[in-house]
Design a protein around this ligand. Structure first.
Ligand code: SAM
Length: 232
């Protein structure tokens, strides 16, 4: 059965993403902090989904293009963003529909972990970035797979499936687990320098209601890992 097909649960995912701890109060604020001042930057949002990050970057004065493999997600993003961003259906892992040297930055929130092999995807992102451009990535933290699937081999690149609840609807998502050294090698081998590796806390703005009791006294939250890379 095909899993991770966002066309099947686009609306539920988009709603979940607006207010969930993982997206609204953890992943998105962390990406925006990594991005910093982007006023006047040309930015590509890779796997933009319903466009919540795209929207925030537009509001900070950047010029946005975005793409997603799911036509249903792009439809929702278009309703949100109108003419303020250039949006299209395209697939990370294939040749990207952009000219060389088009962007100052690329952001890829929670999308690379759907790919078994990152090399070609990274080469393509590097091609469309200007020299010295940044690629900001968030993905499932590599601890998640052996943590949630006890006894599994951390060192093996493996596809695994998790059941998730999206705005009350259940769905299955399949991800590719990559041990950290494989991820780092892919960055280096495709000509990126690694400027930052970050395991951020969730946002202090998170309402108590969205933070599970067990996490309330923590200021670290290991679910995703973040990278700032620079095209050499
Ligand atoms: C977890 S969602 C994140 C969406 C958005 N980046 C955000 O943070 O709100 C992952 C998105 O990646 C898209 N996606 C998965 N594989 C993709 C691929 N190979 N190319 C482009 N988009 C992909 C999905 O359709 C989905 O919209």
């Amino acid at each position: 059965m095909a899993v991770s097909d966002y066309d099947q649960f686009a609306k539920a995912y988009a709603l979940e993403n607006e207010s969930s701890l993982l997206n609204a109060y953890y992943e998105r604020p962390a990406m925006l902090e990594l991005a910093g001042d982007v006023c006047g930057h040309d930015i590509l949002d890779i796997g933009c989904g319903a466009g919540p990050l795209t929207d925030q970057l537009v509001k900070r004065g950047a010029k946005l293009s975005g793409f997603d493999a799911s036509a249903a997600m792009i439809d929702i993003a278009k309703q949100r963003l109108g003419e303020t961003a250039e949006l299209r259906v395209a697939k990370l892992g294939e040749v990207l529909p952009y000219e060389d040297n088009s962007f100052d930055d690329a952001v890829a929130s929670l999308v690379f972990h759907y790919l078994p092999d990152w090399s070609f995807a990274l080469q393509e992102v590097r091609r469309v970035l200007r020299p010295g451009g940044r690629l900001l990535i968030s993905v499932n933290h590599p601890i998640l797979y052996p943590w949630n699937h006890r006894g599994k081999d951390y060192f093996k690149v493996t596809e695994y499936t998790d059941e998730v609840s999206l705005n009350g609807e259940s769905a299955e998502l399949s991800y590719w687990h990559h041990p950290l050294h494989v991820t780092m090698s892919a960055f280096i081998d495709t000509g990126f320098s690694i400027e930052r590796v970050w395991e951020p806390p969730y946002s202090k703005d998170a309402p108590q209601a969205v933070v599970p009791e067990a996490l309330r006294d923590r200021d670290a939250f290991l679910s995703f890992i973040f990278f700032t890379l620079r095209a050499m």
